[in-house]
Design a protein around this ligand. Structure first.
Ligand code: IPE
Ligand code: IPE
Ligand code: MG
Length: 252
């Protein structure tokens, strides 16, 4: 019994990062290397996302944030942007009911201003349907850019001061965090980026201050449960010091 309790599946909380964030990159290269249109890579990327949500639930991860479309991705050709919006609609429309049945709470982060009305409505419907769920918190970053998010949070902070809801000297890290799109969700413990790129591309700059990073060459459409388990295993081997001294080192 004790031996069984040492495995991740029977003891899901032990050393498992509470919040994992993923930069799902490499869809285009996956498709291009097969002579397929880039949109086929995005379609297969959606399947990888479904697998990853399930694997995260099974591992006992409490929150999963995925970067699905950045505020800079509008620079891509119109046809690719349109295809990505269609896939997003299909995903939210088609998967919300099943995610709800699995007790998943859906949240969407990013700037909604200027997005198509029907997409905003889909976000609101899936968030309100799943609002009271107590299982995995599944955050989809769409039209998300971390600098844009921080600017919007600063604007809200200034407005709250101007309108008397917040004292100037009450502005601190908590006050700003509470005005970010991710308010109420603890910072990510682990950030994974696929496709071999080693940059944040404007993702969770504030929240990832003390995250551990795992970069894998795997292209996102190929990502599966095993790769998530490998990233979690790498995370478990890390020594998180937060500027202090290692817990193990302190005893030696
Ligand atoms: C990630 O894959 C998906 C989005 C950014 C929307 P990419 O489309 O960036 O794939 P690569 O990096 O071109 O291979
Ligand atoms: C980051 O990937 C955004 C998403 C995965 C949605 P990009 O492919 O847009 O990032 P860059 O352009 O290579 O930095
Ligand atoms: Mg990319």
């Amino acid at each position: 019994m004790d031996a069984a309790n040492d495995t991740a599946s029977s003891c899901p909380d032990r050393g498992v990062p509470a919040h994992v964030a993923v930069i799902m990159d490499g869809n285009g290269r996956w498709a291009e290397s097969r002579g397929l249109p880039r949109v086929e890579g995005h379609r297969r990327g959606l399947e990888a996302l479904r697998r990853t949500v399930r694997a995260a639930e099974d591992l006992g991860i409490r929150a999963l944030t995925v970067y699905s479309f950045s505020s800079e991705n509008w620079r891509r050709p119109a046809a690719e942007v349109t295809a990505l919006l269609m896939l997003l609609r299909r995903f939210i429309r088609g998967d919300t009911v099943e995610l709800h049945a699995r007790n998943v709470r859906i949240r969407v982060i990013g700037d909604r201003a200027g997005l198509p009305e029907d997409i905003i409505a889909l976000f609101e419907e899936s968030e309100s349907l799943t609002r009271n769920n107590s299982g995995l918190v599944f955050q989809v970053a769409f039209n998300y850019g971390s600098r844009d998010e921080i600017v919007r949070a600063v604007r809200r902070t200034v407005q709250d001061v101007a309108e008397g809801r917040l004292a100037l000297d009450a502005i601190d890290e908590t006050a700003l965090s509470e005005r970010l799109d991710t308010a109420g969700i603890p910072d990510p413990d682990l950030v994974i980026r696929t496709s071999g790129e080693m940059r944040l591309s404007n993702f969770l700059l504030w929240q990832a201050a003390y995250a551990e990073f795992v970069f894998t060459p795997v292209l996102w459409p190929d990502f599966d449960r095993r790769h998530l388990e490998e990233a979690v295993a790498a995370y478990r081997g890390r020594d998180r010091r937060y500027g202090g001294l290692s817990a193990a080192g302190g005893q030696n």
